[in-house]
Write a protein that binds this ligand. Sequence first.
Ligand code: XMP
Length: 324
Amino acid sequence: EWTMTKFVDTEIERIRKLVGPTGQVIGAVSGGVDSTVAAKLMHEAIGDRFHAILVDNGVMRLNECQIVHKTLTEGLGINLKIVDASEQFLSRLKGVENPEKKRKIIGNTFIEIFEAEAEKLVKETGVEMNFLLQGTLYPDVIESISFKGPSATIKTHHNVGGLLEDMKLKLIEPLRELFKDEVRALGTNLGIPEDLVWRHPFPGPGIAIRILGEVTPEQVAIARQADHIFIEEIKAAGLYRQISQAYAALLPCKAVGVMGDLRVYDQIIALRAVKTTDFMTADWFDFDGKFLRRVSTRIVNEVRGVCRVLYDVTQKPPGTIEFQ
Ligand code: XMP
């Protein structure tokens, strides 16, 4: 009979055998469910011989880096290094509006920084890395779907050379036989906080593809605050688990509004919340009017530079989950 506890035990044994008594493993974490569960499993198996790296790309959610750092190090005991590369990412994103260009810049910069950090780690600690951890799930194995997180980016890149070849890193993929719901069950079994286990997916290019115009530090700040209010209200209303993915997007155009006695000309926030099982089709979430009113009032009152809030009622297809 298959149980999660048995799976954990056999998987930890398998990892220990594979890595050997002195082997070292490196891997990127994002704060998402898959990479966190994979990292925790590695930590249980080989302790600090697993080295996690979190690259702050400057387009993560509000306070996300600090929260992930606290949860993974203090909470889960994972040997984690945070690299603040936000300035590098943001300077390369300057003037870029095209979504595919944003994705390319973020993907390439991520690989560059991850490689540089891996090399630094090897120099500083004198340990040689033997394996690269990937949070690959079963659905990614059977078909490469449109879900490309940092791990997928590393993989495609490293299949054609780079770090994997130079350092002779072998891939280690402890989640490759699991579906998403099994990863969540595994996460709970490993003592990962419920908040993190049930986290909505977040795209690798982050808020950059939710700012529909140029990504500047000011636009990031606005998008972050609006998104934070929306998610906070969703959680307060007890709706977070019923929704598959939700976020606020910042439109690159302005609208007229009145604030007090003044006419203002400010930007527009679009809210998106969907229900889906496979992310290939999705339906918009049917909030009640009171909820939307509360969120829109808070965003307009609390986020400077925004004077209007819209709710996206487009199904997928034809609308994708992201705007870009
Ligand atoms: P779409 O917008 O295609 O999104 O309906 C489907 C799912 O994929 C996520 N997504 C991405 N994830 N890098 C990622 O890591 C990306 O470039 C990317 N684009 C979309 C999206 O958030 C949704 O969960």
